[in-house]
Design a protein around this ligand. Structure first.
Ligand code: NAD
Length: 274
């Protein structure tokens, strides 16, 4: 049995702090090391937001790191393990290192009008562009071809696993995470006799990319998962399916549609009318 280097990322909820202490003890007594700088496995303890933070802390090491989420609140989309299953978790982690699953990520490049270098980011859920002061104006290009002029509150581009997050709230479709694609969804677009957009979410394959060009002088807010960055003089933002993927360790298979049902429909029973 190979010793693992494990990093723990947890939120400040008391339950999560307790779970982190218990997990640390179990990991070390079973011959593993805690290594926050150079881990093989990153365990997040908390909710989906904690897993997002863990992803961004280690997103420069995706080729060597696998993630695992323990939830101390409601069942999450990225958190498979419960806080009372820690012994089983450590045992599975040590003895069954093959049960991995990987999910697509969103690649984001921000280009500027001035001589600033392009900025590159990865998102696990989504990135959105919103205007700070006025209606957002942008031109959408698909693979260098003009597609539409957009006016409205903003645009969001999400990953398949992010499709159940902000994307769903703005009317985007829920995408199965085995589909290597990204989804463009509108946030309150202006549609009338003068302005016209497609008006529905669009799913783009990994061979395509989306470019959103912004007008000169615009100030925008670009969100990347839980982060907001205020930007001036952005020329365009390019979105595509990333080359990199996030890998999850000791993945417990829960049918995706079952998880979606649990999260969004819950206790509502079948009415047996059919
Ligand atoms: P947060 O951590 O408080 O998360 C907000 C909610 O989104 C939580 O209930 C979380 O469980 C849920 N969530 C996160 N990722 C999810 C996913 N992939 N599928 C289903 N639910 C998911 O908020 P934060 O840290 O500021 O932002 C993190 C994420 O929260 C963002 O990436 C965004 O997708 C989401 N969010 C959604 C809305 C909305 O739906 N209106 C608003 C803000 C943020």
């Amino acid at each position: 049995m190979e010793s693992l280097k494990v990093a723990l990322v947890f939120n400040h909820v008391e339950k999560s702090i307790q779970v982190a202490d218990q997990l640390k003890h179990l990991l070390v007594t079973s011959g593993n090391q805690i290594d926050q700088d150079n881990p093989d496995i990153v365990i997040s303890i908390g909710g989906d937001g904690t897993l997002l933070s863990a992803f961004h802390l280690y997103s420069h090491k995706l080729d060597q790191v696998r993630f695992l989420g323990v939830h101390t609140g409601h069942l999450g989309f990225y958190t498979d393990w419960r806080d009372y299953e820690l012994e089983e978790l450590v045992d599975t982690l040590c003895n069954n290192q093959e049960a991995n699953v990987s999910y697509p990520l969103l690649d984001i490049v921000i280009q500027y009008r001035d001589d600033r270098a392009d900025k590159h980011f990865l998102a696990l859920n989504e990135s959105s562009i919103k205007s700070i002061h006025r209606t957002m104006v942008g031109e959408v290009f698909m693979k260098e071809q003009f597609f539409e002029s957009f006016r409205g509150d903003g645009l969001s581009v999400s990953t398949p696993t992010g499709s159940t997050a902000y994307n769903k709230s703005i009317g985007g479709a829920v995408l199965h995470p085995s589909i290597e694609a990204i989804q463009l969804a509108e946030i309150a677009s202006l549609n009338n006799r003068v302005f016209r957009t497609i008006g529905s979410p669009i799913v783009v394959s990994k061979e395509d990319w989306i470019e959103i060009k912004l007008p000169q002088g615009s100030e925008c807010l670009i969100t990347i998962d839980q982060f907001n960055i205020q930007q001036e003089e952005v020329a365009s933002v390019i979105y595509r399916v990333a080359e990199e993927k996030i890998r999850f360790a000791s993945y417990r298979h829960m049918d995706f549609w079952h998880r979606v049902r649990e999260a969004f429909i819950g206790e509502h029973q079948r009415r047996n009318e059919i």
